[in-house]
Design a protein around this ligand. Structure first.
Ligand code: HEM
Length: 356
């Protein structure tokens, strides 16, 4: 009877927790999106004006002058800043060939291979099911952890879609949307990508710093990785609060997003007087690091949803079934159990507590 009452209480807590999470996220995202929409109105209009100005230039008699510059004659400019005298920079051609060549080709192949690997993994290994459900839950993620995770995840997905469509637009979108359709799409995708990157940077910096302590590698993680996380039939090595695989994802994200954000600053603020070569290099680093993190996120999203039963509910409600904790994070489960049964309460890696 008491157990039944507790289970009902758990379900009600979980529903309330989900509602608070959705409401907080909705408010945060609404606030975040207000800015790019305004940006679109402003940039959208100015890009139409720029297109008109460009059209005027094509019928401009000064075309002969520019032909001469391209042929190597140096022009005179009143502009200040590095490379002000260089009207046409040869490195631009190399950059375009690298961007439109290996980055785009191997990037598309790489993403395709990762998706194919996930499909093969799912067909061969399948979903890691829970042996049973105890109905008793343990708190795994606080409300702040969940808001941070979903805020960053939603912004990341929008940035990934807009970024990939700007990178691969020529190859994949122009054939579908036509040149004008793609131009209209890009006029929206670019300001959205630019503005949201600022909010993403703030969110992921807080999230990565908040979680860095629980992601320091140790000997148990090495054993977990060497045993393939128990996915391939071998022994499932016991893991702490975060397992070896999750730590690998964390550090891919840490290094990848540092490169993405660092290079993104060069691209977002051209007014800071970078040389053109620096901006071209930044563009290549931004593309490669973005593609690597997107590839990692495909694996992460698979494992966090269909790959493992019971994992997603932890990041949605904050609670996981005790059986899930035993199966996937045995060392953490023992620590939580040990700390709640000992009178003084042992040191714990997370604010987790059994919820019976
Ligand atoms: C729809 C997309 C996503 C889903 C369904 C998802 C799901 C999850 C789940 C269920 C967990 C908890 C795992 C556990 O309890 O052990 C988790 C953790 C995590 N997620 Fe996601 N996630 C998504 C997108 C993302 C994105 C885009 C990022 C980063 C940009 C991200 C970064 C992380 C990190 C770093 C952790 C591990 C926390 C730690 O290291 O302690 N997730 N995710």
């Amino acid at each position: 009877m008491a157990e039944q009452a507790n289970t009902t209480l758990n379900r009600r807590d979980s529903r309330r927790s989900k509602r608070v999470l959705f409401l907080t996220l909705a408010l945060l995202l609404l606030g975040t999106l207000a800015l790019p929409l305004t940006g679109y109105l402003v940039t959208g209009v100015s890009s139409v004006e720029a297109a008109a100005a460009q059209q005027d230039a094509s019928s401009n008699p000064r075309a002969d002058y520019w032909r001469e510059v391209r042929e190597g004659n140096q022009g005179v400019t009143t502009t200040q800043g590095p490379e002000a005298g260089i009207l046409i920079q040869n490195g631009g051609q190399n950059w375009r060939q690298i961007r439109q060549g290996p980055v785009t080709t191997y990037g598309a192949i790489g993403l395709g291979v990762v998706i194919l690997m996930m499909v093969i993994f799912h067909v061969v290994v399948g979903r890691a099911k829970l042996e049973t459900r105890t109905g008793k839950t343990i708190t795994r993620w606080s409300m702040l952890d969940r808001v941070l995770h979903w805020y960053v995840a939603i912004l990341f997905i929008i940035l990934a879609i807009t970024g990939i469509s700007l990178l691969f637009g020529r190859e994949f979108l122009i054939p579908v949307l036509g040149k004008e359709g793609f131009a209209a799409f890009a006029a929206l995708a670019k300001p959205v990508h630019d503005y949201l990157s600022l909010f993403f940077t703030a969110g992921i910096t807080i999230m990565l710093l908040k979680w860095i302590g629980q992601n320091i590698p140790n000997a148990a993680d090495v054993r977990w990785i060497l045993s393939g996380g128990g996915y391939f039939g071998g022994k499932h090595e016991p893991a702490g609060f975060v397992n070896g695989g999750e730590k690998v994802w964390y550090w891919i994200l840490f290094i990848g997003s540092t490169a993405m954000i660092g290079s993104g600053i060069f691209l977002l603020f051209p007014n800071l007087d970078w040389t053109r070569e620096a901006m071209q290099n930044a563009n290549i680093i931004h593309g490669i690091s973005g593609l690597l993190v997107i590839a990692g996120s495909i694996g992460h999203i698979y494992l966090g949803t269909i790959g493992n039963e019971g994992t997603l509910e932890g990041m949605v409600t904050g609670e996981v079934d005790e059986q899930w904790a035993k199966q996937h994070h045995a060392l953490w489960y023992e620590e939580v159990k040990g700390s709640t049964s000992s009178a003084g309460g042992a040191a714990r890696p997370s604010p987790a507590a059994p919820h019976e």
